[in-house]
Design a binder for this molecule. Structure first.
Ligand code: GL4
Length: 832
């Protein structure tokens, strides 16, 4: 049932090869066949969405040929496979990138044209799979792209949520959440595999017994059982035959339950069981909300991890003569944050209880198999589960965690005798505020490699959150700075730049992004500069059209486009950006003769539905925008737009249109950021703090091509230690006082003094992310931006340098490092 090694291709498969040719004729035939046999609608009623589905299926057919060849090559030749465990994969629209990867964009456009259809219109029909919250989920998707492109055998494992991240609407300036029913129109990319199915237990108790060899054993007797079914989506590499797979698990009732209930006449009980089981994979949880008591979330995590590990062991079983002891030689499993970290206990259970290995051997296999990537230092995002809830849900796993902890703490005791405080700090069980299971500690103890996602973040990890673990095992820690795929975020998102790059430095840069350095000699060339500006202006006009269509707001593509798009969070400080806008507003209103370089401020991002202040910040942005955009005193110089429903699809329009990228988080809080890299590649200059990957972006771009401001991570800590008093900054700065006054006094809210009060009060009283402490430095940096913008040739040179020096931030570089340093997986070319 699991994907074992494939047999030699049959004559049918050989024939089907010509059916899946890459020329316009074959593609047109593929579309026509799918319209007839897969979609089955009368020709007269066909609309673009039907052509979308038919083309998607035709493209999938071509990928499946590559998929079959890839599986055969990697399994038959005995190569190691990367398994990327992630609760989120924010894949974005698939058709465009798949056409690019297969090299059939032009052929598909021709084929569609012959059928009277326009490729762009057809592409726009795709409903994007939003199975992630933001950066973490999108990173997983970029990594799948690079794994395939670098020809590394890999499987992504995750959850097939029926509802992904909510759709955001803006009504009267407020965020309104709409359910994301992304599967209603069907998903042409996935292949359901009902025969790839595993049972997953839940609750119950564990039972101690003696086996036939008189050895003490434990078995778990679950109180409930679910069934997980695999849905496979092919992941094509760029310009290679390699096609990997994303396997997402969907929850169902166990058939025999239904049958038993039916036989006793309780048919409705059986249906109810199916309904209850399916809730497990019903919905993606938004992050940034209190984790407490979300039992269903723990079940989601355990459910997908258990299915995935069982699948991996099944593949091993299928490989004749391969013992479970060879697991770490054949599979590297990466834990994307702590969400899948229950895998450490589950693999131990599978090896010790089910495969009957002794503990030490099982533990050696487990640690050799797992790697753990940490993605955040924010205490509220470090997962812990209340012990009582954990015990009720996964009683056998808790026993296993206790045993892991007992042995681990013995090791700590031996290394640091008499250090009781250290034992308490390092324990897998937290004692403060009720007992909890600390998932970051479980992931760390169970992995041979632990990494952060940017140099600064790894450094802070080693010296704060995981300092005790770093002292015990320094050799296990390392940095892997994030990267993003240039296929989607450069070639697809910015066709104008792609063309200019091809014409200027020749092909090849898309898989070797360091080659963008070859642009540097053109940085001051007037002809090239003019072409560069034309591309940027085209992108800005494209975004302006989109913004107008979705908000009614008009933006002038000749203005400076100043953009901040990312999840809305206090630490990301969208409100600092707003304070700058209100300052400009205030100056223009104070002095009717004042002029400033005109700017369009663009925002986008979702707030977690339960995050009160983040939702007020959205209201703040829209309220200020409404006033600014409609006031003739200022709207000649300032416009503010909030793009609703920031997602992968509109992100591809937004990044290429930016002149200025806002990366203004409080230093030490943003683990890496990846939007910062997407902006840089597309030629935006960054205004930013020394946080996350900004530090490395500035190093690469050169400090003269980056607008730096703000307190460093050390200074932030120092200020907090000294007792931060935000009110002092207001008292010492009349302009800041006036700006906060305008926000609080109803100027932007039709006289309502309550709506924005919580934002002002929070800043004045607590300001946990030092917005006010960095305000003056931010304004000063923005003045430098305006001065630089006035020199068009100088700005263009800096823009070119930013793109030219963005090669490090390709996910190809990041994935090559993971493969070399953690996974030990090399390229496995699949013959064409
Ligand atoms: C995040 C970080 O907040 C973000 O800085 C980082 O770029 C991303 C990928 O490593 O991971 N961590 C969590 S949690 N969500 C994120 O987006």
């Amino acid at each position: 049932s699991a994907s074992g090694p494939s047999s030699e291709s049959t004559p049918e498969q050989t024939r089907s090869h010509s059916r899946t040719g890459m020329d316009p004729d074959s593609i047109r035939r593929g579309i026509v066949d799918h319209l007839r046999y897969s979609i089955g609608r009368p020709a007269a009623t066909l609309r673009p969405e039907h052509y979308y589905r038919a083309l998607a299926l035709a493209v999938r057919d071509r990928m499946q040929d590559n998929r079959v060849a890839s599986t055969r090559t990697s399994l038959e030749l005995g190569h190691k496979v990367v398994c990327y465990f992630s609760a989120e994969f924010l894949m974005g629209p698939q058709l465009g990138v798949n056409l690019l990867d297969l090299g059939i964009e032009a052929a598909a456009a021709t084929a569609l044209a012959e059928l009277g259809q326009d490729l762009d219109e057809v592409l726009a029909c795709e409903e994007e799979p939003g199975l992630g919250n933001g950066g973490l989920g999108r990173l997983a998707a970029c990594y799948l792209d690079s794994l395939a492109t670098l020809e590394r055998p890999a499987i992504g494992y995750g959850i097939r949520y029926e509802y992904g991240i909510f759709d955001q609407e803006i009504r009267d300036g407020w965020q309104v959440e709409k359910t994301d029913n992304w599967l209603v129109a069907g998903n042409p990319w996935e292949i359901a595999k009902p025969d790839v199915s595993y049972r997953v237990g839940w609750r119950g108790y564990s039972e101690h017994y003696r086996d036939a060899g008189d050895v003490d054993r434990v078995r778990w007797v679950p109180g409930r059982v679910l069934r997980g079914v695999a849905y496979d989506t092919p992941v094509q590499g760029y310009d290679v035959r390699t096609c990997n797979v994303l396997t997402l698990w969907s929850a169902h009732a166990v058939d025999s339950f239904a049958l038993a209930a039916f036989n006793t006449g309780d048919y409705y009980k059986a249906v109810e069981d199916e309904v209850n089981s399916e809730t497990v994979t019903k919905v993606l949880y938004p992050n940034d909300e209190p984790e407490a008591g979300k039992r269903l979330r723990l079940l989601q995590q355990y459910f997908f991890v258990s299915c995935s590990l069982q699948h991996i062991l099944h593949i091993l079983d299928d490989l004749a003569g391969t013992s479970v002891r060879a697991l770490p030689e054949r599979f590297a499993v990466q834990l994307n944050d702590t969400h899948p970290s229950i895998a450490v206990a589950e693999l131990m259970r599978l090896l010790v209880d089910e495969r009957r290995l002794d503990w030490d051997e099982a533990w050696a296999i487990t640690v050799a198999t797992f790697g753990y990537t940490n993605h955040t230092l924010l205490p509220e995002a470090l997962e812990t589960w209340p012990l009582a809830m954990f015990d009720e849900s996964l009683p056998r796993h808790l026993e296993i965690i206790y045993e892991i902890n007992r042995r681990f703490l013995d090791e700590v005791r031996a290394a640091f005798p008499g250090d009781e405080a250290r034992l308490r700090r390092m324990s897998l069980i937290g004692e403060e505020g009720g007992k909890t299971v600390r998932m970051a500690h479980l992931a760390t103890v169970g992995s041979h490699a632990i990494n952060g996602v940017a140099a600064l973040h790894t450094e802070l990890l080693e010296h704060s959150v995981l300092a005790d673990f770093y002292q015990l095992w320094p050799e296990r820690f390392g940095n892997k700075t994030n990267g993003v795929t240039p296929r989607r975020f450069l070639a697809r998102a910015n066709p104008g730049l792609r063309e200019l790059l091809d014409a200027t430095i020749g092909p090849g840069w898309l898989t070797d992004l360091d080659r963008l350095r070859e642009l540097e000699p053109f940085a001051d060339d007037p002809t090239f500069q003019r072409q560069w500006r034309e591309v940027k202006r085209g992108n800005k006009a494209r975004l302006a059209r989109y913004v107008h269509e979705h908000t009614g707001i008009e933006l002038n593509p000749d203005w400076l486009f100043d953009i901040q798009v990312k999840r809305i969070h206090e630490y990301k400080r969208q409100h600092l950006n707003v304070l700058h806008i209100v300052t400009l507003y205030h100056r223009l209103k104070q002095d009717p003769d004042a002029t400033i370089a005109p700017r369009a401020f663009v925002f986008g991002g979702k707030a977690a539905p339960g995050y009160f202040l983040a939702k007020r910040i959205i209201k703040l942005i829209n309220a200020v925008g409404e006033r600014v955009n409609n006031d003739p005193d200022v709207n000649r110089f300032l416009r503010v737009a909030f793009v609703p429903n920031f997602n992968v699809q509109n992100a591809e329009l937004i990044y290429p249109a930016a002149d200025l990228s806002e990366q203004i988080s409080t230093a030490g809080k943003e683990a890496s950021g990846t939007g910062n890299m997407k902006f840089m590649m597309n030629g935006a200059l960054t205004i930013g703090t020394l946080d996350g990957a900004n530090v490395e972006i500035r190093d690469e771009a050169g400090p003269e091509n980056f607008f730096l401001f703000g307190r460093t991570a050390d200074e932030v800590e120092q200020i907090k230690r000294d007792g931060y008093r935000p009110a002092d900054y207001v008292d010492g700065n009349p302009e800041l006082a006036a700006v906060l006054g305008l926000i609080g006094d109803g100027t932007f809210t039709h006289g309502d003094t309550e709506v924005l009060r919580p934002v002002v009060d929070n800043l004045y009283r607590d300001d946990p992310f030092l917005v006010l402490a960095d305000y003056a430095a931010y304004l000063e940096a923005q003045e430098r931006v305006s001065a630089a913008w006035a020199d068009s040739a100088g700005w263009t040179r800096m823009s070119i340098y930013n793109s030219a020096r963005s090669g490090k931030f390709s996910s190809d570089r990041a994935i090559a490092e993971y493969c070399d340093d953690i996974w030990d997986v090399g390229p496995v070319p699949v013959p064409k």
